[in-house]
Ligand binder design. Structure first.
Ligand code: ADP
Ligand code: MG
Length: 291
């Protein structure tokens, strides 16, 4: 995480491709969004609160896009609650071979970066103040050897705190997906996070309802655990698509515990990936063209 040293001639080093772009005025200037470099689409995955399955949905989606032959990476921006490495069964340490930090790779070849790789074990916390977390997130985006990517998925920290604000202000996000569970809706917290994204001009690509239903293992009957879905209503209210619903499936939690989420595939996950790709295409088609 070292600051780059001044060049011998005393001139400031030229910004690396994909590095942070600052307004004139030096380090005290206002931080602008970083360059996308060789990443075609940056999609953030957020939620109102933790525990709704945001990291699981991010990882499942990344694996599905990978199965389709797309180059996809995952940036775990949940610095204090990193869980993507656990879901994929990955561990640090990270190395730098001269082309930036080398991300870890899942079994299917998805590059992953996470604060989890910077600490000794799963129980060691990252206790950093905001400015340092900001620097780390910027480094995770621009200082990592992602290679060319079709999609970079960002597992956002939940809520509307300092860190999501940093991500919105520094990373050039093309759009955002929100994961919610039926009971999450009851407290309306997710709407705060969705409103924050909207207020910061991040296009909303759709919502995913997680733990929406369960298929009875005995009779196969589908049970809506929390009654009829209210997520559709939220999607309608915001004028965005309901990308799909994921069941409460013991295979998802078991896969997460075993680090084998990369291998979990289902018609629901496929459907969500289709809907997400369509929403991104739609959003891009409606973006005003700058001449
Ligand atoms: N659809 C699901 N079915 C079963 N377990 C799930 C499902 N989604 C998430 N989980 C489990 O719930 C826990 C929290 O999920 P996680 O993705 O870490 O949530 P978040 O990132 O929102 O905090 C994990 O143990 C995960 O395996
Ligand atoms: Mg998480």
């Amino acid at each position: 995480m070292a600051e780059s040293a001044p060049s011998p001639a005393g001139k400031p080093p030229s910004a690396p491709p994909g590095g942070p772009v600052r307004r004139p005025g030096g380090p005290g200037g206002i931080i602008q969004k970083m360059d996308k470099g060789r990443i075609a689409h940056v999609v953030a995955v957020g939620s109102g609160k933790g525990g709704v399955g945001k990291s699981s949905a991010t990882s499942l989606l990344a694996s599905e896009l990978r199965r389709r032959g797309l180059a996809v990476g995952v940036l775990d921006a949940d610095i204090t609650g990193p869980s993507v490495p656990k879901l994929y069964g990955l561990a640090g340490p990270l190395v730098d071979k001269g082309e930036g930090i080398e991300p870890a790779r899942t079994a299917s070849g998805i590059p992953v970066i996470s604060s989890q790789f910077l600490v000794e074990d799963e129980k060691t916390p990252v206790i950093w103040r905001g400015p340092l977390v900001t620097r780390l997130i910027m480094q995770f985006f621009s200082g990592v050897n992602w290679g060319p990517l079709d999609y970079l998925l960002i597992d956002m920290p939940p809520g509307t705190s300092d860190v999501p604000l940093t991500v919105f202000q520094t990373i050039p996000i093309d759009g955002m997906v929100f994961v919610l569970t039926p009971q999450d809706l009851a407290v309306l917290i997710v709407k705060k996070a969705m409103n924050m994204a909207r207020d910061l001009h991040v296009p909303l690509l759709g919502v995913i309802e997680n733990m929406a239903y369960i298929d009875c293992p005995h009779c196969g009957k589908r049970i809506d655990l929390f009654g009829p879905s209210r997520v559709e209503g939220v999607a309608r209210e915001y004028g965005i698509p309901l990308l799909g619903r994921l069941p409460l499936d013991p295979a998802i939690s078991a896969g997460g515990d075993a680090g084998t989420v990369d291998r979990y595939a289902s018609a629901d996950v496929g459907h969500i990936a289709d809907a997400l790709l369509a929403s991104i295409a739609n959003q891009e088609a409606s973006r005003p063209k700058v001449l």
